[in-house]
Write a new protein. Structure first.
Length: 135
């Protein structure tokens, strides 16, 4: 019996490696990798969706992901921040709301719920931020 796996992203590839049986990975794109991939155009290499972050609190899962990718793993410590009211705040922004003054915390939650930008198509990082988090 052949097991069919839909999608050749990291999850599909990992499942195929873990099953170690008669599997067939079905991918609609011309290449496997999902969000973990690069596009080469006119001699330039572009990450398809930026660096893909893989995380898990389960060390066995992390070890499996790293082992499956072999030499194609680059580990970095994440230190993302977003500019808010004249200061850099940890990102994802919503995970660090408790560090803000209560008035700002309330304003952020209210701005997220009542967001006039929610249906807009962002053309810049600033517009994406308003669409995602509100004002």
């Amino acid at each position: 019996m052949t097991i069919g796996i839909l999608g050749g992203g990291i999850s599909g590839i990992s499942l195929a490696a873990q099953l170690d049986e008669n599997v067939e990975v079905l991918e609609k794109r011309a290449r496997i990798g999902g969000l973990c991939g690069s596009i080469i155009d006119q001699g330039f290499t572009f990450d398809a969706a930026g660096p893909h972050i893989m995380f898990s609190k389960n060390k066995e899962v992390l070890n499996l992901m790293v082992a499956t990718l072999g030499d194609n793993v680059h580990q970095r410590r994440r230190e993302n921040k977003i500019w808010f009211k004249g200061q850099l705040v940890k990102y994802p922004f919503e995970n660090d709301l408790a560090s803000l003054p209560k008035e700002d915390n309330f304003a952020c939650i209210y701005g997220y719920i009542v967001n006039p930008h929610a249906d807009e198509a962002p053309a810049s990082l600033a517009q994406w931020s308003y669409k995602t988090f509100g004002e």
